[in-house]
Design a protein around this ligand. Structure first.
Ligand code: ADP
Ligand code: ZN
Length: 764
C-alpha cells in the first residue's frame, strides 16, 4: 500500500498547503516529513528557526483522523500557536496550567467528539496518570514533540518535565511521533532519538542557512552614534538590541529614549509584570524596539522581527546563531548587525580565564577564538557561520553579508602586526597599548627614554605610518586574540599563543575596516528585496494599521492575522477580489474568508486615490460559486466597482424581505455564500433586523451559548449546544454552523467575527 499510494496524496497535501496556509510550495523537507507522518512513521527533524516546523505537523493533523497532540514547553507561546492554527482554519485547543476551565472543557469535548485537529499540551500534563489513561481512549493521529532538545541534558534547555515523553511510544504503541528541534548537536540528537525511543524514524537535517538574514559585523567605534545611524533607516521596524549587562541595557535604552526613540528595556532584574508588559507590547507591535539582555526572545514567536543588533559580542557562535535567528522568521529580509569592541573581547577573555576547571577553561577559550575568527575572517560571513555548524556553503558570493556586499574592506597586516607584537614581547607585556604604539612609531618621550625602550630593535620601525594606523592594527591584534588584556586596573596587552604564531610567520593577521559607505550600502542591500517605496509603502502602512486594529480586537498578535510578507505582496500585487487574494502568499481560504474583506477595502480605497497605480493586468474573473457564469464575466473596467456589488445585490434582496433561502435560490448561490455576503455587509456597517431572520427566543438561546463559550468561534458553540455536553442549557435543541453564524451576524453586527477571539466581556 505504501509504495504505490503516493499519487493522490500529492494532490491532497498540495491542496491543503494552498487552502489552509496559502502557500504555493513546500519549504525544503516539509513534504518528506509530512509524508512520513501520514504513512505512520516516526520522524526526527532538525530545522532552523523559521524553517517552517509547525506546518510539518499542522498539515497532516488536518488530514488524519483523530487529533494531533503537540507537546510544547513554552506555555506563554501556546495561546499564539492555537490562535495561529485557528486563523488558518484548523480546530485547535490547548491544555496547560495557564488555561481556563472553559478552555479545558472545550478541549475535552472537542477531543471526545473527534472534532479537534490539534491539542497543545505542556509536558507536565503527561505526568498526570488520570489524564494519560483518558487520553489513551481517544483517537489520536500522532504526537508532535516541539523543541525536542529539551529532553536532553546535553542541550542548553534541559527540562526534567520532558523526560515524561520517554513513555509515549510505550504507552501509545500505534501512534507515530514526530520530533522537532532547531538546536541540536550530534550528541543531543542521539540523545533525543534514544530517549524518545523512536522506531526507525525518518531523520531530516535541514540546512542552517537563513538566506533572508543579512549579516554585518562592525568594530565598535562610537556605539551610540552607530546605533542611531543604524536605526535611522529602520524607523517603524521591529527589532531587538542585545547588550550583555543590565546596566548597559538600561543605559542604551535611556540614551535612545533621550533621542526620542520609543525603546523599552528588558532584563531579568525587572519585576515580572514589567517584563511581561514589555514582551506583550513587542509582540503586539505596540513597541517596536527592545533593548535587552539575551533573556529576551525565548518566549517570543514573533515572525516580523526585522533586525537583531548585538551591541556587544555574544557569548559564543551558538548563541549568536540562536539570537540572530530571532530575526526574519517570516522569511522576509532582516538584518543582523554585530558591533564588537576591545572591551568585549577583554571581558570574554577574562571569563574564559576565570573558569576554575582546566577543561572548561579550554572550552571557553576555544569558543572565544572561534567567535573572534568569525568576526575577522576575510570571507563571507555566512560561509563562516555555516562552517562552524559543519555545513559547507559553496556559493562564492552569498549576496547578503557585508563582505559579499562589498561594504567592508580587508587588508593583510601581518608585517605591521609583527612589529607591534614584537614590541610587546620585548617589553614583557607590561605596558599599555599606547606605550607599545609609541615604541613602534619611535616617539622618544621621557618615559620611553627612562625605560631604555628607545634602544629596542623595534623602536621606530613603524615611523612611516601615522598613529591612527597603528591604533587600528592594535585593535585588529586584540580582536583576533593575538594579544590579550589580562585583568588589572591598567590594561597591558600581552602576546598570546596565537600572537606567537604570527610572529613566527605561521599565521596571518588581517585588518578589517568599514568601507566609507558601509552602513548605507548594507542597509540598501537588506532593503532591496523589501523593495517598496512611495505610495506603495504608504499602502503597506495602511494595511499594517488595519492589521493592528483587527489584531487588537481579536486580542492576538498581528502576525497571526497576516504576515508582513503577505501585506507586502498585497501592496505590490494589489488584489481586488477575494479570489485574487488567494494568490498572496500566506492567504488560505479560511484567512481570506475571515480577514480578507477589510484588507480589500483598504486596497480599494487606496486605488481610488491612486488610479494610476491600478494593475495593467486584470484579476481573473470572479466566479460566483455554482453560478456557472465564468464565460460571461463582466469586463475588467467594471470589475473594481462590482466587487462589492454582488454582496449589495444580496443586501437589496434581503431588504425586500426575502429570506436567506429565497435569496440563495434566486441568485443561484449556496446559503453559505449568502451568509458570507451578510458578514461582509455587516463589516461595512449594515445592520440586519434580528427578528426578521430568527425567532427571538432562539436568538436568546444562541446568545447564551456564545456568552458561555466566551468565544466568537462557531465550533465551541455548536458543540456546547449538544445536550449531553450542556447540562446548563438542556432541551433547547442543537444548533449547527449555519445557524450559529447567522446568530453571530445578528447579535454582533459589525464587530468582525474573528475566529479564536474571546468574546469581550463587555459584549451584550
Ligand atoms: P519554526 O517553527 O520552524 O521556527 P514556523 O513554523 O514558525 O517556523 O514558520 C516560520 C514562518 O514560515 C511562518 O510565518 C510560516 O507561516 C512560514 N512558512 C512555513 N512554511 C512555509 C512555506 N511552505 N512557504 C512559505 N512560508 C512558509
Ligand atoms: Zn556572504
Amino acid at each position: 500500500m505504501i509504495e504505490g499510494a503516493p499519487e493522490p496524496l500529492t494532490g491532497r497535501i498540495y491542496d491543503r498547503l494552498a487552502a489552509l496556509f496559502g502557500y504555493r510550495e513546500f519549504r525544503p523537507f516539509q513534504e518528506e516529513v509530512i509524508r512520513a507522518t501520514l504513512a505512520g512513521r516516526d520522524s526526527f527533524t532538525l530545522m532552523p528557526t523559521g524553517g517552517g516546523k509547525s506546518l510539518c505537523y499542522q498539515l497532516p493533523a488536518s488530514l488524519m483522523p483523530g487529533a494531533c497532540v503537540v507537546v510544547s514547553p513554552l506555555i506563554s507561546l501556546m495561546k499564539d500557536q492555537v490562535d495561529a492554527a485557528r486563523a488558518a482554519g484548523l480546530r485547535a485547543a490547548a491544555y496547560n496550567s495557564a488555561g481556563s476551565a472553559s478552555d479545558w472543557q472545550y478541549a475535552v469535548e472537542a477531543l471526545r467528539a473527534e472534532q479537534l485537529d490539534l491539542l497543545y499540551l505542556s509536558p507536565e500534563r503527561l505526568q498526570v496518570p488520570d489524564f494519560m489513561s483518558w487520553l489513551k481512549q481517544r483517537r489520536l493521529a500522532f504526537f508532535a514533540v516541539d523543541e525536542a532538545h529539551c529532553i536532553s541534558e546535553w542541550g542548553h534547555d534541559f527540562r526534567p518535565d520532558y523526560l515524561a515523553l520517554a513513555a509515549l511510544k510505550e504507552q501509545f504503541p500505534g501512534v507515530p511521533l514526530a520530533a522537532f528541534t532547531a538546536t541540536a548537536t550530534r550528541r543531543v540528537e542521539a540523545d533525543i532519538l534514544s530517549r524518545l525511543r523512536l522506531a526507525d524514524p525518518l531523520l531530516t537535517r535541514a540546512s542552517f542557512n537563513r538566506p533572508n538574514l543579512f549579516y554585518q559585523i562592525t568594530p565598535k567605534l562610537d556605539l551610540e552614534a552607530q546605533l542611531l545611524e543604524f536605526l535611522k533607516e529602520r524607523q517603524g521596524e521591529a527589532g531587538i538590541i542585545y547588550r550583555t549587562t543590565r546596566k548597559n541595557v538600561e543605559a542604551t535604552a535611556a540614551f535612545l529614549q533621550g533621542k526620542g526613540i520609543a525603546a523599552r528595556a528588558y532584563h531579568a532584574g525587572l519585576p515580572d509584570a514589567e517584563r511581561s508588559a514589555v514582551q506583550d507590547a513587542f509582540r503586539n507591535d505596540e513597541c517596536r524596539l527592545i533593548v535587552a539582555t539575551v533573556a529576551f526572545g525565548m518566549g517570543i514567536d514573533k515572525s516580523n522581527v526585522r533586525f537583531v543588533v548585538h551591541a556587544d559580542l555574544p557569548k559564543n557562535l551558538e548563541s549568536y546563531y540562536q539570537e540572530t535567528g530571532r530575526a526574519g522568521r517570516d522569511g522576509e529580509p532582516a538584518c543582523c548587525a554585530l558591533f564588537y569592541g576591545r572591551a568585549d573581547i577583554a571581558q570574554l577573555m577574562r571569563f574564559a580565564e576565570s573558569q576554575p576547571e582546566a577543561e572548561s577553561r579550554e572550552i571557553a577559550r576555544h569558543q572565544l577564538y572561534r567567535l573572534l575568527d568569525f568576526t575577522q575572517k576575510e570571507g563571507c560571513r555566512r560561509r563562516a557561520l555555516l562552517g562552524y555548524f559543519g555545513e559547507e556553503f559553496t556559493l562564492d558570493n552569498c549576496g547578503a553579508c557585508d563582505v559579499c556586499a562589498g561594504t567592508v574592506e580587508r587588508e593583510e597586516a601581518s608585517v605591521a602586526a609583527q612589529k607591534l607584537l614584537s614590541a610587546m614581547a620585548r617589553t614583557g607585556g607590561r605596558f599599555g597599548a599606547r606605550h607599545v604604539i609609541d615604541i613602534v612609531i619611535g616617539k622618544a618621550n621621557k618615559r620611553i627614554r627612562e625605560l631604555g625602550h628607545d634602544q629596542l630593535p623595534t623602536f621606530g620601525v613603524g615611523s612611516d605610518r601615522d598613529d591612527g594606523y597603528w591604533r587600528r592594527v592594535m585593535d585588529a591584534i586584540l580582536a583576533q586574540g593575538l594579544a590579550a588584556l589580562p585583568e588589572g586596573s591598567w590594561p597591558t596587552p600581552a602576546v598570546t599563543e596565537r600572537g606567537w604564531e604570527v610572529l613566527r610567520g605561521r599565521r596571518q593577521c588581517f585588518m578589517v575596516t568599514a568601507a566609507e559607505k558601509a552602513a548605507k550600502t548594507s542597509q540598501d542591500a537588506t532593503r532591496l528585496a523589501g523593495g517598496l517605496d512611495g505610495p506603495q509603502l504608504e499602502l503597506f502602512e495602511l494595511l499594517r494599521a488595519e492589521r493592528a486594529e483587527l489584531a487588537r480586537q481579536a486580542q492576538m498578535p498581528p502576525y497571526v492575522v497576516f504576515s508582513d510578507r503577505s501585506l507586502r505582496e498585497m501592496a505590490e500585487l494589489l488584489p481586488q477580489t477575494p479570489n485574487a487574494l488567494l494568490r498572496i502568499s500566506g492567504v488560505g481560504q479560511h484567512k481570506r474568508d475571515v480577514y480578507g474583506a477589510p484588507f480589500l477595502a483598504v486596497i480599494e480605497a487606496w486605488l481610488e486615490k491612486h488610479p494610476e497605480m491600478a494593475p495593467a493586468r486584470p484579476d481573473p474573473p470572479e466566479l460566483a460559486p455554482g453560478s456557472g457564469l465564468a464565460a460571461n464575466a463582466p469586463p475588467k473596467a467594471a470589475k473594481a466597482s462590482t466587487r462589492g456589488e454582488t454582496w449589495r445585490e444580496t443586501g437589496r434582496l434581503l431588504d425586500r424581505h426575502m429570506s436567506i433561502g429565497e435569496v440563495a435560490e434566486a441568485r443561484g448561490l449556496k446559503t453559505a455564500t449568502v451568509l458570507n455576503h451578510m458578514e461582509n455587509l455587516a463589516r461595512e456597517g449594515k445592520r440586519f433586523p434580528p427578528e426578521a431572520f430568527m425567532d427571538p427566543e432562539r436568538l436568546a438561546f444562541l446568545r447564551d451559548l456564545f456568552k458561555t463559550c466566551g468565544s466568537w468561534q462557531l465550533g465551541p458553540v455548536v458543540l456546547l449546544s449538544r445536550e449531553d455536553s450542556n447540562p446548563d442549557l438542556p432541551g433547547r435543541g442543537e444548533t449547527d454552523f449555519e445557524e450559529a453564524r447567522l446568530a453571530r451576524i445578528l447579535l454582533y453586527g459589525r464587530l468582525p467575527p474573528l475566529n479564536s477571539t474571546l468574546l469581550p466581556a463587555t459584549v451584550p
